[in-house]
Design a protein around this ligand. Structure first.
Ligand SMILES: [Zn+2]
Length: 338
């Protein structure tokens, strides 16, 4: 969270206007639950929103009979008291961030959480625990958390975030109030790229379409257009000319981040081929030459196959099979007679 620009947080919160409204209503009602689960796709702003909600819960101008403060903007909390200032500066002793160590949140994190829960807050009236990527809690850690959720001290609130609700034990979810976040709208991602990174409108839309509704991913795509393009071209070449089983074996061994990068590179490559083919097709559609329609269709089918593969990989389907299927589709499309 630290190091995020205010601009980014601002865009994320604007993209989640519906969830912000729900949280404001909860704050105004004054009926605060002990545990919330913020669920939404990667890059949808779950951590940013969790921090804003924590800010309001910890705010020193809060807990009046009218409920907790929520200003008129997208942000929550009064933004002025020492508590709000500390939350914004990532230096609040009563806001505890629990994150995965490596690939999971294990029992040692759960133990330190238990210890923290027992000490009273220092600055605010409450103590807020944000548990990021709660689906990575080990079974042991989830059990320890469950005990806390059953009978938490009155001053404790938990905010869990996840992009994969189905991997969290139902017993934990049933103790949480669920706040859904949606993927950032492509227009919001494009607007961010235009305003903050001075990206021309056309390119910002292209990148936004590949970003899966994540500003962070869009910025990453933006940061390496050349390497990305080279990767896409090199991989396409390998797929068309290599042994697809060996290639699928090789790529299925990469970690999930690398695999997604690989497919993002391929997708970018074919998105470009498709838009070139579309321009060519436009020029020739009144002529006798029909081959351009076939090129257009082929690139479109390849792009669809790549996007299918990305979905299957994020759904944790066997990576080797996903790559095999994709590479076979691509080879078949490439060898089709025009
Ligand atoms: Zn405040």
């Amino acid at each position: 969270m630290s190091g995020w620009s205010n601009k980014l947080v601002d865009y994320l919160l604007r993209g989640q206007a519906v969830s912000v409204r729900i949280l404001k209503a909860i704050l105004r009602s004054g009926r605060i639950g002990h545990a919330y689960l913020f669920k939404g796709p990667a890059g949808s702003g779950k951590t940013a929103l969790a921090k804003q909600f924590a800010k309001a819960l910890l705010c020193l101008n809060g807990d009046s009979p009218e409920g907790l403060p929520s200003n008129s903007g997208t942000e929550l909390g009064c933004n002025e008291c020492p508590s709000c200032v500390r939350v914004d500066g990532d230096a609040h002793p009563d806001l505890i961030m629990i994150e995965k160590d490596g690939t999971s949140i294990g029992i040692s994190a759960a133990h330190s959480m238990l210890k923290e829960v027992l000490t009273r807050p220092f600055v605010s009236k409450r103590k807020v625990f944000i548990i990021k990527d709660a689906e990575t809690l080990t079974a042991e850690a989830a059990n320890a958390l469950l005990k806390l959720l059953e009978e938490p001290p009155a001053y404790v609130n938990f905010i869990l975030t996840t992009a994969n609700e189905s991997a969290i034990p139902a017993t934990v979810i049933s103790r949480c109030q669920v706040i859904p976040l949606r993927a950032m709208p492509a227009e919001a991602v494009a607007a961010y790229l235009q305003e903050v990174h001075n990206v021309p409108e056309d390119r910002s839309r292209q990148i936004a379409a590949l970003s899966d509704g994540s500003i962070q991913k869009a910025v990453w795509l933006l940061s390496q257009p050349d390497g990305q393009k080279a990767n896409g071209e090199a991989l396409t070449d390998k797929v068309m000319n290599g042994s697809l089983v060996e290639l699928a074996l090789e790529y299925s061994k990469a970690d999930s981040g690398e695999r997604q990068k690989l497919l993002a590179a391929l997708q970018l490559e074919f998105a470009e081929k498709l838009s070139q083919a579309a321009m060519e097709y436009d020029k020739r559609q009144y002529g006798p030459d029909n081959s351009q329609a076939a090129v257009l269709k082929r690139n479109f089918e390849a792009l669809k196959a790549i996007m299918r593969a990305r979905q299957r990989l994020s759904a944790n389907t066997n990576a080797f099979l996903v790559f095999c299927t994709l590479f076979m589709d691509m080879q078949r499309l490439n060898s089709e007679e025009i």
